[in-house]
Ligand binder design. Sequence first.
Ligand code: MG
Length: 159
Amino acid sequence: MKSRVGFGYDLHRIVEGRRFVLGGIEVESKGRGLAGHSDADALLHALCDALLGAAGLGDIGQIFPDTDPAHAGADSAMFLKAVLAKVRSQGWELANADITVVAERPKLSPQFAAMRKHLASLLSCFEDQVNLKAKTNEKMGYLGREEAVAVYCVVCLEK
Ligand code: MG
């Protein structure tokens, strides 16, 4: 059996008047959400990049450019499904994904059970193949000032 590792990173700014969508789940965040061309789901974008990276297939911006009006407000689950199809078409299957979200607020760990279940369903895998971790930035820098959310993701693919 062959295995490959991929790494993904994404960051979106937090602004007034946007939905806060992360891991395909809408999180209550007092009217402050993530800015972006699509639904700005930084977690799904980092996950897509990790999957593409492991399979040697480039990055999400090459497949879904943020200059394409067709992707305005897009549900990032659609990106993930397309990326998974590409990765699986090369014979790869997900072994596991390990995801770290850096956000001062909102507190995300209470959402993780629902988010993990949702991610497992999007990825057609078991919940124990998807791990979620939440960190604050100790109130330091732009993450600490609640100006943005950053996500790091590592995946392992097998075939
Ligand atoms: Mg993004």
